[in-house]
Design a protein. Sequence first.
Lengths: 116, 112
Amino acid sequence: DQQVKQNSPSLSVQEGRISILNCDYTNSMFDYFLWYKKYPAEGPTFLISISSIKDKNEDGRFTVFLNKSAKHLSLHIVPSQPGDSAVYFCAAENMNYGGSQGNLIFGKGTKLSVKP
Amino acid sequence: KAGVTQTPRYLIKTRGQQVTLSCSPISGHRSVSWYQQTPGQGLQFLFEYFSETQRNKGNFPGRFSGRQFSNSRSEMNVSTLELGDSALYLCATSSGVGETQYFGPGTRLLVL
């Protein structure tokens, strides 16, 4: 059973517009959420994270929103640029589990295409 | 700072063989996690090491094992390779609990 779900395998957006990538989770023990971007033949690159004690975190063009009651988070990219075209992974973990951090649970990714 | 290094980048093996992959963390990072990425299952956690100790393990068979050395470099080993082990193997490192994981470029393993 998938604990982290990204229900949209792909998303196409015009350059300059907003990209909204969504992620749902089922495990209420998750308390830390991250977004990674991945280009082909490269490892995932960390983008932005949010702790469960917050509902919003912003870093430049990237904003992550967390709705704990709905077990839903989203990544907003404004304005979208062609260089943002990549696969975006949502990940979650329980930071308090055994004091270790290693176990990130990933969604299956959403492929974002930003058209010029 | 240099990033996470993984060697080799590409590998072709045949069924039944065994393989060892290496991961060198960012300087100062003591936690190393390993993940398997396949088209069907996505990114799945294998195990995590910190100070030469395995602290966490995912749901993979015992054919998958790892270790970490005193300099924090880590290796993972897959014995008796199966076709389904063909995947991109990624390692991610961090300085410890509460810190962000940074990924290496991965090792693409093809089992024939």
